[in-house]
Design a protein around this ligand. Structure first.
Ligand code: HEC
Ligand code: HEC
Length: 81
């Protein structure tokens, strides 16, 4: 009985992951460069995302509001940094 229940949970999780995966490949919000390899909630971030004021300002702007990429960190995060 116990094994049966956890199997169902695993199946649901796998199906959920697959659905989210498809959504992302079919309808990406932006078209990030290939070096954006860290998926966060389905959105591709570049590595070093925890130090954005060092690693992301060169493209996303000194204030992280988009710069020459047009993608502001704050459109998804609020004013965090
Ligand atoms: C060399 C330039 C460059 C650097 C450095 C850079 N980005 Fe980006 N980023 C881009 C471009 C270009 C896009 C896509 C813009 C578009 O599609 O309109 C983008 C898009 C994104 C997106 C949206 C992705 C999606 O799937 O919707 C996120 C999130 C992001 N970048 C996070 C980061 C983070 C975090 C860093 C720093 C660790 C970073 N970027 C550093 C150029 C850069
Ligand atoms: C298109 C939406 C989107 C954009 C633009 C975006 N992010 Fe994110 N980011 C997310 C989502 C969704 C998560 C995962 C859920 C969460 O933790 O908020 C996330 C998670 C993160 C995390 C890890 C969790 C946390 O909150 O500390 C960091 C760090 C981060 N993003 C940094 C950035 C930086 C820096 C930029 C701009 C260069 C950026 N993000 C742009 C959607 C986005």
């Amino acid at each position: 009985m116990k094994t049966h229940k956890s199997l169902i949970v695993i199946v649901i999780l796998v199906i959920g992951t697959l659905l989210v995966g498809c959504e992302n490949t079919n309808d990406p919000k932006y078209n990030p460069p290939a070096d954006h390899t860290v998926s966060q909630g389905g959105y591709m971030h570049k590595s070093g995302l925890n130090q954005p004021l060092t690693n992301c300002v060169s493209c996303h702007g000194n204030d992280l509001r988009g710069g020459n990429t047009g993608v502001s960190c704050f459109e998804c995060h609020g004013t965090k940094w």
